[in-house]
Design a protein around this ligand. Structure first.
Ligand code: 6CS
Ligand code: FE
Length: 299
């Protein structure tokens, strides 16, 4: 695996970010699909589509019973934890916005996200054994769910968590329908093939601010860069019924709008990283983020 150029004294980071006073868009240095159709559930066409667009969708991955289980488990977790750094609340009304490390709190959720169907696709795309880098529930209640501004997850994981390469992916499992009206995820297809750096040095303890912010001051791309990508590739709205899954590359430029519709949008996210891509020291932050945001045990 190539993560940089080794010289006698240092490793050159091929995904430089949060340094300069100007951003830049550079081609991705690593593959997107590492496995073949013979090594997992996705066929050749599906892998080609994932490579081109940066994502893959599938219906009926979760049953109605799984969905009920996940939702009630998250209710129980938030009730039990009360005030906890793993629970991120809306700034405006204290509603729960995200709950991190949910698979560690709930055996039922751990069982679901570790199923062969889900892990098998991750392993196939990443061409390696995988482990869970992060899990979270994002809740967007009707009338009151906040947006998530444009970003590449990999930019954050590289800068703040020390993830060397974008050899990781997220699986978003829909626990409610995702409509165009209730804040479904938007992806710029093809954006995963370019790395958009972000401007400004990461402050200490920054994660406490960034996760409750609708448009975080660091790790956020410039508007011109998002506009350029959207002009080139368009924007896909990823809608789907409850129980559907979206697999998307760590470096996809994505976002979601707030939810003022009456219908909640609740999604369970699980991030798989290739074991060969395990975390190092952060590439652009003074200290790594806490373990509940970026697990360091490869398992
Ligand atoms: O900081 C993080 O790791 C998280 N934040 C966002 C907006 N997306 C990915 C991830 O859960
Ligand atoms: Fe994200």
């Amino acid at each position: 695996m190539i993560t940089g150029t080794q010289t006698a004294t240092r490793t050159i980071d091929v995904y430089r970010t949060r340094l300069a006073d100007r951003s830049q868009i550079e081609p991705r240095s690593h593959s997107v699909v590492w496995g073949t159709h013979a090594s997992g559930p996705l066929d050749e066409d599906q892998l080609r589509g994932y490579d081109r667009r940066g994502y893959h969708t599938a219906d009926s991955v979760l049953s109605d019973e799984d969905i009920t289980t996940c939702l009630s488990e998250v209710d129980a977790i938030t009730g039990r934890l009360g005030e906890d750094e793993r629970i991120i609340r809306e700034r405006s009304n204290d509603d729960v916005r995200s709950v991190f490390a949910v698979h560690r709190f709930s055996d039922a959720i751990a069982e679901i996200v570790n199923r062969d169907e889900i892990v098998g696709a991750a392993r196939q795309i990443l061409g390696d054994d995988v482990y869970i880098h992060q899990s979270r529930m994002n809740l967007k209640p009707g009338f009151a769910g906040g947006p998530f501004y444009w970003h590449s997850d990999f930019e954050t994981w590289h800068a703040e968590d020390g993830m060397p390469a974008p050899r990781a992916l997220s699986v978003s499992l829909s626990l409610t329908p995702n409509y165009e009206t209730n804040g479904a995820l938007m992806i710029i297809p093809g954006s995963h093939k370019q790395f958009v750096s972000c401007v400004g040095q990461t402050p200490e303890g920054y994660h406490r601010e960034s996760l409750s912010s609708y448009r975080p001051p660091f790790g956020t791309p410039d508007e011109e860069d998002v506009a350029r990508l959207a002009q080139e590739h368009g924007i896909d709205m990823i809608t789907g019924p409850a129980g559907s899954a979206l697999y998307f590359d760590a470096n996809c430029m994505h976002a979601s709008a707030g939810n003022i519709s009456p219908d909640p949008r609740n999604n369970l996210f699980v991030v798989f990283n290739a074991v060969s891509n395990r975390l190092r020291e952060p590439f652009a932050a003074s200290a790594p983020r806490p373990d509940h945001l970026a697990h360091r045990d490869v398992g």
